[in-house]
Design a protein around this ligand. Sequence first.
Ligand SMILES: Cc1cc2nc3c(=O)[nH]c(=O)nc-3n(C[C@H](O)[C@H](O)[C@H](O)COP(=O)(O)OP(=O)(O)OC[C@H]3O[C@@H](n4cnc5c(N)ncnc54)[C@H](O)[C@@H]3O)c2cc1C
Length: 501
Amino acid sequence: MNDRRIRNIAIVGGGTAGWMAAASLAKSLQGLSIQIRLVESAHIGTVGVGEATIPPIMDFIRQLGIAEDDLVRDVKATYKLGIGYRDWTRPGHFYFHPFGPTGPGIGNIPFQAYWLKMFLEGRAAPLEDYSIQAMAAIRGRFAKPVHAPNTPLNKISYALHFDASRFAQYLREFAVGLGVQRTVGEVRGVALNDHSGYVESVTLASGESVAADLFIDCSGFRGLLIEEALHTGYEDWSSWLPCDRALVVHSEPATAPAPYTLVTAREAGWQWRIPLQHRNGNGYVYGSEFIADDRARDTLLTNLDGRQLSEPMTLRFAPGRRRKAWSRNVVALGLAAGFLEPLEATGIYLIQRGIAMLLRFFPDRDFAVADIERYNRVLESEFQRVRDFLLLHYTQTERGGAFWEHCRSIPLTDTLLEKIELFRSHGRILREETELFPVLSWLCVMIGQNIIPRRYDPLVDGLEQAKISARLQELRSGIERSVESMPGHWDFIQAAHARQI
Ligand SMILES: Cc1cc2nc3c(=O)[nH]c(=O)nc-3n(C[C@H](O)[C@H](O)[C@H](O)COP(=O)(O)OP(=O)(O)OC[C@H]3O[C@@H](n4cnc5c(N)ncnc54)[C@H](O)[C@@H]3O)c2cc1C
């Protein structure tokens, strides 16, 4: 039988997406004699942002076999337990979106159902009190989960904040160590097969031609292969997502960095603060129709916690996704596959998911249509779910001003509308099996943004009130005790460094 195996892969682009793909493919395809080559330009920069992550990144790191403490030290990381939303629902308001699962159910009654009954009757504490992540984050504490039964400490779910450029460099060394060939050069041309339309090779400025069976397009927003060569098309989602610009600046680090991303709503968007060991990352994401660039810049610079350390950099983007993330023999990852703004830090996750799905449907040189179509459907659905979650944040607020009024007029997608209606009627949370955001995320954001159900789940009335009160009290005090036993976040990081010396 004809050998149709993939013999070589070319990755175009050496940003976060390119090096994540190189590292992961090199690790997963070991033993298959597939050559992997990554081409990156020395002149065309990376976006250099993408510094907040969500818990699946920890699986990515573990699957590569990277020592977490080593990475944390190298990429100047801090730990992240969730996102604090300041002034988002309305000025002066604060709510927390923590990682992790909800509290345990009572019999077959889930936590959110019995908590909601007590909440509607004014007898439950705020949701933050029932999440170890939220309470620890707000108090500046951190610890990794412990393997012990019956303690909230075994359920701690966390992610990282890291220096994006250092992360890409770390993965570069890792990938090169596994045999990935790195070529510094600029792609100037793409050669397609006359008959199939597949990409045969890319030509570099030096004149060298790089041929491969499979190409991974990690060239950033422009999508050098997937769009400029294959004209795959882009679905513009700006009718749903109102921001199209970001200003990014670094500032002096805090003395005790918080273990969460702080998001503060502004006149025409929102500002992030991402604490790293050596600096804070800050950005103002805004809708350019609603504020002049100069005014956005002033807002960002006057609202830094520490001294400004860099000149603000402007990034323009069109929210949306490539119609097909995989077309012919090209798979696009990262910004080449689409971009949903960073409010919930999902960019790196979507890269990770793209890589995982590529491995799941790894092709041979026949490139089976069924595999490609399935891959595209999975990625489409991932993008749509993230979009819905973002849309929930923007449309359900009480803030004034042209930008926020515009947000409230954005038509909801049918899928989000159903989620909100189910919640409003009886506090039910519809979550598809493979959906990224867990029940706790939807619960905290919906309650945090003042979507209050009209009624609670009637099945909760089968539980004795005293039993629910006792369970809530037990949960809360268990979390309280656990958080008290956790070290300060910064102390935890320093102790981990000390252990490595
Ligand atoms: C404002 C903003 C904030 C963000 N915040 C977050 C966040 O907090 N969390 C998160 O998960 N994600 C975030 N993201 C998304 C995240 O930054 C990206 O998903 C991630 O950096 C991947 O970028 P990339 O590698 O696809 O593209 P890039 O970083 O743009 O890299 C493109 C690469 O292609 C190369 N290249 C381009 N053209 C050529 C050529 N002709 N020849 C050779 N090489 C070429 C470049 O040299 C570069 O190496 C954010 C994005 C933005 C815009």
